[in-house]
Write a protein that binds this ligand. Sequence first.
Ligand code: GRG
Length: 294
Amino acid sequence: MDIEKKMKEYAERLNAYLTHVLPPEDLFPGEFHRAIRYSLFVGGKRLRPFLTDTVYGLYQDDGERPLPFAAALEMIHTYSLIHDDLPCMDNDSLRRGKPTNHTVFGEAKAILAGDSLLTYAFELMATCSSFPPEVTLRAIGLVAGAAGFKGMAGGQFVDIDSEGKELSQPLLEYIHSKKTGEMIRAACLLGALLGCAPEPEKKAVDAFGKWLGMAFQIRDDILDCTGTSNTLGKSVGKDNDAHKATFPALYGLEESCRLADTATQKAFDAIKGLPVEKAGILREIAEHLCRRTR
Ligand code: GRG
């Protein structure tokens, strides 16, 4: 089955779960729950949960069990998009093909919707009783580390701080690996951790996730130059306008494509030691993401 189709099918399963665990829109205060649900259900590829589910599926066949963790990743990702779009950050009016959260609900309510998605993600994981407590704790620690100052928020800080400044390759790689890479890496490792993968396989999946995250963000930079807001569902060309730290800004488009391929190759190399059918599944995902157009 092709990856695009698999991702769509998984997204439906995840969306059904998210619908079930989030407060309904008719619960007081309704506007708050509408703001929370708005950004979550307005679209999105559900890549991070899909990675967790896929890696977990390499080791276990009860795919419902990791859903609270997969849902938590999507909630944290969505919170980051809501906050990233705020006037004080990227000041964007389009996300996932629709007006951004603050454009619809106002800035203060958008901040609160993002905050609630972030905190509810941790509530969902902490109240999940499907795994032994020590596994649950390690999983929560993994996600917290990837989302906070050591990961996504840290990368976002340096990204904002380096706007308009001279770019260096180490700084650019720092930003990309933290801002985007750590959540993608955590999504992969989470699947291995919850699935009780053998230790060497966990290490391989971890390295795979790291290079997959880098390839994904380089591709994201490329699409910001070559894509349309119609296909991407967000404003394009803003990185360049804001003098943002991106691969095309530093290397040009052609070299950036080559670097995305190199990162994908490194992701392949990381899983060479895995049993061939497991490596094949992960390889297909990396190939798909490297060619993606949205
Ligand atoms: C703490 C105030 C405060 C803000 C935090 C952490 C943060 C803001 C922003 C993170 C920066 C960010 C949005 C990184 C992700 C970059 C990226 C590649 C987003 C797009 O991911 P896709 O393509 O999007 O998976 P969909 O819509 O498909 O889910």
